[in-house]
Design a protein around this ligand. Structure first.
Ligand code: 13P
Length: 251
């Protein structure tokens, strides 16, 4: 039985004061929810949110992390800094990091090893562009991102890893993958992971769907066999939308 995991990626939204106030409201609204929940504020907002959520079951995630331990990397944030600030989950390989900031599979893999060394849980994001999907490359792209992203990771470490399937064309566009299309992609990801680590690791892997998740589509998505959670962008920024997403009707 895979426990649902719903995470809100705030992207470049929420100042420290806004994040503090919002996290407090969220904590009040989501007490006793049987779902695993995380929020990922911008780096500078993390301490304010950790302060508010320190006694909460809502975990605090970062949206990114440096690929080095420390040193002359202007503008980067190290694993030790995130650990010390109270972060427990790191999101790696988000499509915006890949497409806007040039992160390759090799960079994502280096970050992932560093994150595991520092005992973070990781959400590894994968997903194809519209062009890749339309040219029949969906499986090739997903397989490459999974195999390269997880290179050198052993099966025991896989319990710390969640995969987020986020088709690039569905992010921030209002266009959601159909539950069937998303489920097919998730099933394929599980097959790739089974090839790498065997059936039991693959069957316990949590795979989130991300891309225009909203209160109106979350239940249909979560009803699918291989969809175990959601990575939510825009709709994680208001209580009106994020609370009903987290408390989706399980069917
Ligand atoms: P939206 O929910 O805004 O489409 O964003 C999805 C996403 O990128 C979450 O990481």
């Amino acid at each position: 039985m895979r426990k649902p995991f719903i995470a809100g990626n705030w992207k470049m939204n929420m100042t420290p004061s806004e994040g503090r106030a919002f996290a407090a409201e969220l904590d009040k609204a989501l007490k006793h929810t049987p779902v695993r929940i995380a929020v990922a504020p911008p780096f500078i907002t993390i301490p304010a949110v950790v302060e508010v959520l320190k006694h909460s079951s809502i975990q605090v995630a970062s949206q990114n992390m440096a690929d080095h331990e420390s040193g002359a990397y202007t503008g980067e944030v190290s694993p030790a800094m995130l650990k010390d600030a109270g972060v427990s989950v790191v999101i790696l390989g988000h499509s915006e990091r890949r497409s806007l900031y040039g992160e390759t599979d090799a960079v994502v893999n280096a970050k992932l090893h560093l994150a595991l060394k520092h005992e973070f849980d990781v959400i590894l994001c994968v997903g194809e562009t519209l062009e890749e999907r339309e040219s029949g490359k969906l499986e090739e792209v997903l397989k490459r991102q999974i195999v390269e992203g997880l290179k050198g990771v052993n099966g025991h470490a896989m319990s710390a890893i969640t995969v987020a399937y986020e088709p690039v064309w569905a992010i921030g566009t209002g266009k959601t993958a159909t539950p069937q299309d998303a489920n097919d992609a998730h099933a394929f990801i599980r097959t790739v992971v089974e090839g790498l680590y065997g059936k039991s690791v693959a069957e316990s892997l949590i795979i989130q769907y991300g891309g225009s998740v909203k209160p109106s589509n979350v239940s249909d998505l979560m009803a699918m066999e291989h969809i175990d959670g959601a990575l939510v962008g825009g709709a994680s920024l208001t209580l009106e939308q994020f609370v009903p997403i987290v408390t989706f009707d399980a069917r």
